[in-house]
Design a protein. Structure first.
Length: 117
């Protein structure tokens, strides 16, 4: 059974940076592609960024390209999301998840990011 635990959220001002972390407990982390999603209040969860199992391929939604960077450490079973130049529209609860054999796995509890002046 895989458990995901997100951390690193907070309340920041526009232009600030945050790094989110997701710890994977159990499972075969090195075999999973990983992804970050987010959900703003009253909105559906949306894809933010994904990374291949080896870390050599990554994807981003257009609105975060050039500002966010996803990375992973397979030895530590961690995935990260470095977020720079944060904007109010980045305010959301951020979740990580994993993919195995093309199927999405479970979600973590999420970490809140609030960007406000």
């Amino acid at each position: 059974q895989v458990q995901l635990v997100e951390s690193g959220g907070g309340s920041v001002q526009p232009g600030d940076s945050l790094t989110l972390s997701c710890a994977c407990i159990g499972g075969m982390f090195k075999a999973y592609a990983m992804a970050w999603f987010r959900a703003a209040p009253g909105q559906e969860r949306e894809f933010v960024s994904g990374i291949s199992w080896s870390g050599d391929k990554s994807q981003y939604r257009d609105s975060v390209k050039g500002r966010f960077t996803i990375s992973r450490d397979n030895d530590k079973k961690m995935v990260y999301l470095q977020m720079n130049n944060l904007k109010p529209e980045d305010t959301a609860t951020y979740f990580c998840t994993y993919y195995t054999n093309g199927d999405m796995g479970s979600w973590g509890q999420g970490t809140q990011v609030t960007v406000s002046s």
